[in-house]
Design a protein around this ligand. Sequence first.
Ligand code: 2RA
Length: 351
Amino acid sequence: KRPNLALIGATGAVGTVMRDIVSSREDIWGEIRLVASARSAGKVLRVRGEDVVVQALAPEVFDGIDIAIFDVPDEVSAEWVPIAASRGAIVVDKSGTFRMEPDVPLVVPEVNPLDARDRPRGIISTPNCTTLSMMAAMGALHAEFTLTELVVASYQAVSGAGVAGSARLYDEIEALAGDRTVGQSAGDVRKVLANKLPEESPFPAPIAFNVVPWAGSRKADGWASEELKLRNESRKILGIPDLKVSATCVRVPVVTTHSLAVHARFAREITVADAHRILEAAPTVVLMDDPENGIWPTPLDVVGNDPTYVGRVRQAIDFPNTLDLFVCGDNLRKGAALNAAEIAELVAAEF
Ligand code: 2RA
């Protein structure tokens, strides 16, 4: 049987990439139903070359659906994922709502595909895009050398904050373009933006010409939610409950593709050659590591592509058994839509 798929949140930044992915990969689906908020209902969108009318989220939209992929805000998932599951759909949920619940698997198909089979609530979570940006690479290295510690700094793209995040960066760049004096005295960019773009930004500081050491919501003791997600989710996906993880998440003026500087310690000695061998053999990782010839990944070279790109692999000079490396992953593809689609494909193979 070809299972029927529903995409919930079909019109957002991730939903748009999701439609593209299900249209461009091998077609394994029966019906594909598009669902969004009442505001977007009635829109006509293309999937697999056909026009599909977007339906408003309601219990009945799950009738006859085998697998539902949710990409909606946490509170919408909290309300609607259980409704979808109770109506018989297996749910792949992108929100943070269920990720850390012990009876909900958190899956990256390259790393822990078997976890997707153990889903007592009919719910499978897909990780946050920041975690996902490094997971294929770190999972492959862990499988052979056993990770013990991760220290990560992220350089997160604005589309991680959705369509509004990208719009804000473009608007700020437009508002500042041509003025060759901005960025030279403290607060000058803020002043221009306060005049030209008085509406509230999704970011807590100007993002054009800047880096902002904050991503996500406020958590205890000065941590941002993105930093804690990276820690907790890495532990769960890799199956290392005591993995030591410390992260600083930073927003940068990049439209799409998150980058991470990763300092990774292993249980035993690992060389650059070991890491190259493993990463080259990992099917969804692309190694771009030839600094003498200026070869390393950047977001502009990676955006729109599925794999995880790795470069700048070095053996840490002052830390034993430790590598430093730089990873880039498209936050809307592997970081979101692609991983969810791949989980859904794993489940579809059971039909
Ligand atoms: C961000 N990781 O980049 C988040 C999106 N879930 O804002």
